[in-house]
Design a protein around this ligand. Structure first.
Ligand code: UDP
Length: 331
């Protein structure tokens, strides 16, 4: 890799902005490609910004021509389970067609190293199965289905054009940059921890727990939370894996520890030293009962060393970001 430019789609978003910071620290130049539909121009702090849409093939070609990136990190996507159940067409169009356009532009520019952010939602609701990279992929929501389709696209272009790829299947991403330069902000917010912190400091009345009748010890859904900084560190390792000639590979990114919604609420109360107002509500369509990684492949093969992915640190970092910034970026 002589050129150090890395095209980061979604670099203005939550995970992409943290990835840009990590890439810069590792000596790369992160070039953000983002339409700012859900991301924030203010979050683009660590390299050039090329505004553009994945559905705009001409703009994609221009950006590959201008920056000649050595690799792509693809984060840009719609990523809300509930929304995907109400508006599946947008998920198929923006996630799948968008990714197809990106892959074709990359191949046309002979940029053949590709790191993709996929999701444990591709596994679906197999709560009695240990979820490792070889588990069946049986998504139960359009978000997971769209990400699985993109994984298939990458495999096909690997066969036809030699596209080399690392696929990361994330579990639940949480926390924020400990320096609070970047953090999590969605509008509207739908994710558990930021919503809960809003409820803690009175920005919303209460957190609604989506379902208390699941087949889990306390009746609420169980998830495996991973710190965003640990997650993006794995992406830099993935990039170097490809650079060093590693084979196409899928890695789960989770800790293997499951936390129920109520456990996250209790830990947040302990960290912030405040009560979390809660309301018990109905299940959210598309939610799996339990998603916990059962794999150490990223640790064993990539040398991934998560250091901040314990619940207390994740909530503490998210809370610092929430308080330091009042949670605001400008578009
Ligand atoms: N959740 C909840 N109330 C909320 C938002 C989320 O109870 O207002 C639950 C949700 O049902 C899931 C977990 O918290 O079990 C994590 O949801 P989130 O949307 O943060 O991430 P997802 O698991 O959908 O990727």
């Amino acid at each position: 890799m002589t050129n150090q430019n890395i095209l980061v789609t979604g670099g203005a978003g939550y995970i992409g902005s943290h990835a840009c910071k990590a890439l810069k620290a590792a000596g790369f130049v992160p070039v953000t490609y983002d339409n700012c539909s859900t991301g924030w121009q203010d979050a683009v702090k660590f390299g050039p910004f090329a505004r553009g849409d994945l559905l705009d093939r001409q703009r994609l070609a221009e950006v590959f021509e201008e920056y000649q990136p050595a690799a792509v990190m693809h984060f840009a996507a719609l990523s809300q389970v509930g929304e995907s159940m109400r508006e599946p067409g947008r998920y198929w169009r923006e996630n799948v067609t968008g990714a197809l356009n990106l892959v074709e532009a990359a191949v046309a520019a002979n940029c053949l190293d590709f790191v993709f952010s996929s999701t444990c939602a591709t596994y679906g609701d197999q709560d009695h199965v240990v979820l490792n990279e070889d588990s069946a992929q049986l998504p139960i929501n359009a978000y997971g289905a769209s990400k699985k389709a993109i994984e298939d696209i990458l495999k096909d272009f690997a066969a036809s054009d030699g596209l080399r790829h690392v696929i990361f299947r994330y579990f639940n991403v949480a926390g924020a940059d400990p320096d609070a330069e970047v953090g999590e902000l969605h509008q509207p917010e739908t994710h558990l921890i930021p919503l809960l912190l809003d409820a803690v400091d009175g920005k919303r009345e209460a957190l609604t727990i989506f379902g208390t009748d699941y087949d889990t010890p306390d009746g609420t859904c169980i998830r495996d939370y991973v710190h965003v900084c640990d997650l993006v560190d794995a992406h830099v390792l993935g990039l170097n894996w490809l650079k060093d000639g590693g084979e196409d590979r899928v890695f789960n990114l989770g800790t293997g520890d499951g936390f129920s919604v109520r456990e996250v609420v209790d830990q947040s109360s302990a960290v912030t030293n405040r009560a979390v107002p809660i309301v018990e509500g109905d299940r959210r369509p598309g939610d799996c009962t339990k998603l916990v990684s059962g794999s150490n492949r990223a640790v064993n093969e990539l040398g991934w060393k998560p250091t901040r992915s314990n619940m207390e640190t994740m909530i503490r970092d998210a809370w610092r970001w929430h308080q330091n910034t009042d949670g605001h970026y400008q578009k």
